[in-house]
Design a binder for this molecule. Structure first.
Ligand code: ARG
Length: 460
């Protein structure tokens, strides 16, 4: 069945039909297409196109089609151009002639926008729930080792000591912003496009506000041409997916490194790692590598739609049908990656002695020393210079911080009064970082408690 045969003397060629069909992938929208069409039938009744009886007949038939669509052979032999065409054909098969009225003053251009918005709304909520779970697992892992110290890195070189929970809370912040981004994407998609027609607005006086209410939208769109040519809402969603994937990928990269023999900080659970077919000793972090790999794929999804939209003349163009595959793929990959991340974090154990030793063996305390000198009155540039020379001397002499005595320190530089020796312990200097947002032990305990509280208040 076609929704547009009249103007043509012959039907579409087989090659074109196969090339242009989207049923294989847009069938994922069937539930939303049906729910949208039921609301549209109610709107058509309000404007007198359908009688109450016809509307009831259509709505009931759609209920039955929705149930049937969940059976395995529903799509068997279907050659319809897209899901919208299939749904109307099925309606005709069930309800008969009355089905011919369902598309009155409606275009697939607005219908596809409607279906995608309905799908995306739900998807945002689901992904938020999965993000919520990841954030919870992060806090669990932070709370298990509240006092553990790790070296923080810049340029992948040991920089300053931080608390383990402080490090994990950095990811909590990223995921919180992602959570908010999905809220924003949902809010922006949550307006009714129906009533826009193909591009010029429906020729029937539909009560758009009441359709919006019927479908749970916050409001209605304001320009029919905009609706017809707009995929911003899909891009917003894809951007939210992409940034979240990038955050997951960076966490994955950290955990791959930190669980390597070279670091030895983390032990990943057996359930999230795999072995080698040849090397019997291997325990590989494939789950995390796949998350990192899939992040590239999702960046591709966003890029794909951006490039599709760039340069399209107003309004609808069939190019836009290419929006769905990347959209669905991004959501699916992200959802799988979030679930996987939760499982990995849950399985992870920290061996606090290893990062503590890494901190103690290095010069992560250098900044603490320089800042303590500055607090005692040495101008910072001079303090920086003194500590720089102190580190150089240590490196030359093969000394670790703990190898220095108070006396030796003072002999090296008179500014190093006896109290400075305590600062050679990374846990000590941290106490000067009680600034909100810093890694001071009290600041971190407060931040951790605050994050827990905040998570409890997130509404999914
Ligand atoms: N399958 C189409 C899509 O996804 C639906 C809209 C078709 N509109 C049209 N004018 N051909 O974009």
């Amino acid at each position: 069945m076609k929704l547009w045969g009249g103007r043509f003397e012959s039907g579409p060629g087989e090659v074109f039909e196969r090339f242009s069909g989207s049923l294989d992938f847009d069938r994922r929208l069937i539930e939303w297409d049906i729910r949208g069409s039921q609301a549209f039938a109610r709107a058509l009744e309000q404007v007198g196109i359908l009688t109450a009886e016809e509307r009831a007949q259509i709505v009931d038939a759609f209920d039955a089609i929705l149930l049937e669509s969940r059976t395995p052979d529903f799509y068997e032999g279907a050659t319809d151009e897209d899901v919208h065409t299939l749904v109307i054909r099925k309606l005709g098969e069930r309800a008969g002639k009355v089905a011919d009225k369902i598309h009155t003053g409606r275009s697939r251009n607005e219908q596809v926008s409607l279906d995608m918005r309905l799908w995306l709304r739900e998807e945002c909520t689901d992904l938020q729930a999965q993000l919520f779970a990841v954030m919870g697992r992060l806090l669990d892992l932070a709370e298990q080792y509240p006092h553990a110290i790790i070296p923080g890195y810049t340029h992948m070189r040991r920089a300053q000591a931080v608390l383990w929970p402080h490090y994990l809370l950095a990811y909590f912040e990223m995921f919180l912003r992602d959570w908010q981004r999905f809220g924003d994407a949902r809010r922006r998609a949550n307006v009714l496009p129906l009533g826009s027609g193909a591009l010029a607005g429906s020729g029937f006086p539909l009560d758009r506000e009441s359709i919006a209410k019927d479908l749970g939208f916050e409001g209605v769109t304001h320009n029919s041409m905009d609706v017809s040519g707009d995929r911003d809402f899909a891009l917003d969603f894809l951007y939210a997916c992409t940034v979240t994937m990038i955050h997951l990928s960076r966490l994955a990269e950290d955990f791959i490194l930190y669980s390597s023999e070279e670091f030895g900080w983390l032990e990943l659970g057996d359930g999230v790692t795999s072995g080698s077919s040849l090397m019997p000793q291997k325990k590989n972090p494939d789950s995390l590598e796949l998350i990192r790999g899939k992040s590239g794929r999702v960046v591709g999804c966003l890029t794909s739609l951006l490039v599709t939209m760039k340069g399209l003349p107003m309004t609808y163009n069939r190019d836009m049908q290419e929006d769905k595959v990347p959209l669905f793929d991004a959501a699916e990959q992200l959802s799988g990656s979030l679930l996987m991340t939760s499982a990995v974090i849950e399985s992870t154990r920290l061996n606090p002695a290893r990062p503590a030793a890494a901190a103690e063996d290095s010069w992560v305390v250098a900044t603490d020393l320089a800042e303590a000198l500055a607090r005692a009155g040495t101008p910072f540039h001079q303090a920086h210079q003194i500590v720089g020379r102190f580190v150089l001397e240590s490196v030359r002499a093969g000394k670790k911080p703990a190898d220095w005595t108070a006396e030796d320190m003072q002999n090296f530089a008179p500014e190093f009064t006896p109290d400075f020796v305590a600062l050679l312990n990374p846990a000590e200097g941290m106490k000067s970082r009680e600034i909100p947002g810093g890694t001071g032990p009290k600041a971190v305990a407060t931040a951790l408690a605050h994050a827990r509280q905040l998570l409890g208040k997130l509404i999914v």
